[in-house]
Design a protein around this ligand. Structure first.
Ligand code: C5P
Length: 218
């Protein structure tokens, strides 16, 4: 029997990361936040001065990323870059390098390698469509743009970082449009994915919903 996968796809700031991590902990399964691989790729390109439109150059960086995950911390080699990969410049960069087919191809096998027993919870944009199309549980997790911008605003304020609702809404709209419109692996709800709209739902309720699905289908 294939190792079970819970695929959670959805737009930016929908709460996928938090829900995915909590579901993985509750099940005792492995966890992959695939967006962090695109973020690490963008961060490395920005640091090395590789142009974000240089498909071959950026794909080479993606293929060689010394990415490591330690609980919810994201590392490049020994350096903890968990906070830095959430910076606005890196977020925008990640959504730009994610349109490049060679970059997606470079990260494909690496994502599939995370599928190990007893199971994997993976979130992103194309997990259910492209990375693990045979996942027995697929969730399309979303929330209204206002709710998503509001959550990001709260997170930034809590960290004592500057935040502006108008520009957060604008950034979200641009990233959503880029993710949905790209030619390769665009963000789309799969026909076999269950819609989970968390606009007026708290994290615990969303986690309980996914765990119920795993019990029913897994
Ligand atoms: O999920 P997160 O916002 O961290 O992802 C950062 C960027 O990486 C997204 O804006 C998206 O363009 C890209 N991404 C992707 N496919 C995935 C995960 C993320 O294209 N599976």
């Amino acid at each position: 029997r294939a190792v079970p996968v819970v695929a959670i796809d959805g737009p930016s700031a929908s709460g996928k990361g938090t829900v995915g991590s909590m579901v993985a902990k509750a099940l005792g399964w492995h966890h992959l936040d695939s967006g962090s691989l695109y973020r690490l790729t963008a961060l490395t390109a920005l640091r090395d001065g590789v142009d974000l439109d240089d498909e071959i150059g950026v794909a080479a960086l993606a293929a060689a990323l010394p990415a490591r995950f330690d609980g919810d911390r994201v590392l490049l080699g020994d350096e903890d870059v968990s906070d830095e990969i959430r910076d606005e410049a890196v977020s925008v960069g990640a959504s730009r390098v994610a349109v490049l087919p060679a970059v997606r191809a470079a990260l494909f096998g690496r994502q599939r390698d995370y599928r190990c027993g007893p199971g994997l919870v993976a979130e992103g944009r194309d997990i259910g469509s492209t990375i693990f199309p045979d996942a027995p549980v697929k969730v399309f997790l979303t929330a209204s743009p206002e709710a998503r911008a509001q959550r990001r605003y709260k997170q930034l304020k809590e960290k004592g970082l500057p935040a502006n609702m108008e520009s957060l809404m604008q950034d979200l709209r641009e990233r959503d449009a880029r993710d949905a419109a790209r030619a390769v692996a665009p963000l789309q709800q799969q026909p076999d994915a269950v819609l989970l709209d968390t606009t007026s739902m708290d994290v615990d309720a969303a986690v309980a919903f996914v765990l119920d699905l795993v019990r029913d289908r897994g």
